[in-house]
Design a protein. Structure first.
Length: 134
């Protein structure tokens, strides 16, 4: 059974909140950010300020958790490539009960998944590293 875990991106404060320390009440939401708590930062969030991203249950080749919204460096060989070494930056997204790689031409999650480990590397996320997807 996979561990159900989340992380939360604060739109207004532009950092991740540890979602396992998130206390959701009617309003506001209180979160814990291990880097900012020591500085006395206010950790109050409005519900529409947080984007929850679920842990997929999969890990990259470096044993790092893969969450929805992560950007992965994936070998996506094009049918036109001669050497079949075409690494691309792809966003992992969840929709209609499954995860998929946005913009993948020939590779699927099943192609690069070995048990719970993906033959891919987490290189960023869509909030802090959107430039990688261009």
């Amino acid at each position: 059974m996979r561990k159900v875990a989340y992380r939360a991106w604060s739109i207004s404060k532009e950092y991740y909140v540890l979602a396992d320390m998130l206390y959701i009440q009617a309003n506001p939401i209180w979160g814990n950010n291990e880097y900012l708590d020591d500085m006395g930062t206010d950790n109050e969030f409005k519900p529409n300020d947080l984007i929850l991203e679920q842990f997929t249950g999969m890990y990259d080749r470096n044993a790092r958790r893969i969450h929805e919204g992560d950007i992965l460096l994936v070998n996506d060989p094009s049918s036109y490539a001669e050497d079949y070494e075409d690494y691309r930056y792809l966003e992992l997204k969840y929709d209609v009960y499954c995860y998929y790689l946005v913009g993948a031409e020939t590779v699927t999650i099943e192609d690069i998944l070995d048990g719970e480990t993906m033959d891919a590397e987490v290189v960023g996320n869509i909030h802090e590293n959107k430039n990688l997807l261009k």
